[in-house]
Ligand binder design. Structure first.
Ligand code: NAP
Length: 245
């Protein structure tokens, strides 16, 4: 077996957990970040930051760095990166594994409106003023400028650098994982009556969903983007095992 030299596509709690496990197991690898947040979580493996330059750039990176294993541990909504990873791995002949989180499914007491994408979430907000927790990150806030009538509670990793595209908003700067208790308190403090969430899955971001259920609040749940087929595992131990084979 070749000694593994892995490239982890990161930006999630799961990617960080995998890096920690790899460092403990003595498996060599580099973690890659897009560079969206100002201070990425420190990792026990070497890191690189910034896009590769499309599929061709990722193929070149895999070849130049003699990568033996590619693990896509990006967020389920990072569809472009994941699609590029499938194409680049095939072209470079590097085996690919995705470390993913199963999507959340509604439980008794959940009041979800399912929408297929961000545009669907925007459409779901037609109508009179609501107090909305918009938990979608900062990248696509512009879309919600169509509904300036609402109050928006935004939770962002970094303070916004540009003026917000919505006039009535409060920014909560904090980084997960969050607790149900804290999210419930936050919702009550801002008198939130609707939550908009991506179906991210996993435990780090689900506190708001659990808090919404406990408070009897409705959720507009955005479905995941479609991705090309690829082998997937849901836990770090399975990814580590794959690296060893
Ligand atoms: P995206 O739309 O799928 O990717 C856009 C471009 O950003 C990619 O084509 C790639 O540029 C670059 N990129 C993305 N992830 C990268 C990585 N890990 N390393 C190097 N380059 C990367 O991605 P996104 O939705 O903006 O997400 C960006 C990052 O934030 C990802 O690491 C993701 O795990 C994390 N994140 C995303 C969300 C979300 O809701 N989307 C939530 C939490 C965390 P090139 O084409 O130049 O290679």
């Amino acid at each position: 077996m070749k000694t593994p030299r892995a490239l982890i596509l990161g930006g999630t709690t799961e990617a960080t957990a995998l890096c920690r496990a790899m460092a403990e197991a003595g498996i060599a690898g580099t973690i890659s970040f897009a560079g969206r947040v100002a201070r990425p979580v420190r990792q026990p493996l070497p890191q690189r930051v910034g896009g590769f330059g499309g599929v061709a750039g990722l193929v070149a990176y895999l070849r130049d760095n003699r990568i033996t294993h590619l693990i896509d541990a990006t967020h389920p909504f990072a569809a472009q990166m994941s699609t590029h990873a499938v194409a680049a791995a095939a072209e470079a002949g590097v085996p690919l594994l995705a470390l993913t989180r199963p999507p959340w499914v509604p439980q008794l007491g959940d009041e979800w409106t399912l929408v297929p994408d961000l545009d669907g979430a925007v459409q779901a907000l037609e109508g009179s003023r609501r107090r909305i927790m918009l938990a979608i990150g900062r990248m696509h806030l512009d879309l919600f400028a169509r509904h300036p009538q609402h109050f928006y509670l935004l939770r962002l990793v970094d303070p916004p650098e540009a003026p917000l595209p919505v006039p009535d908003a409060h920014v909560e700067v904090s980084r997960g994982p969050f607790t149900q208790e804290d999210d419930g308190t936050l919702m009550e403090r801002h008198r939130i009556d609707l939550i908009v969430s991506k179906n991210a899955g996993g435990t780090g971001a689900r506190a708001k969903i659990d808090a919404a259920r406990a408070l009897g609040l409705p959720v507009v749940m955005i479905d995941r983007p479609a991705l090309p087929p690829r082998p997937e595992v849901h836990d770090v131990a399975a990814a580590l095992e794959w690296l060893r084979t």
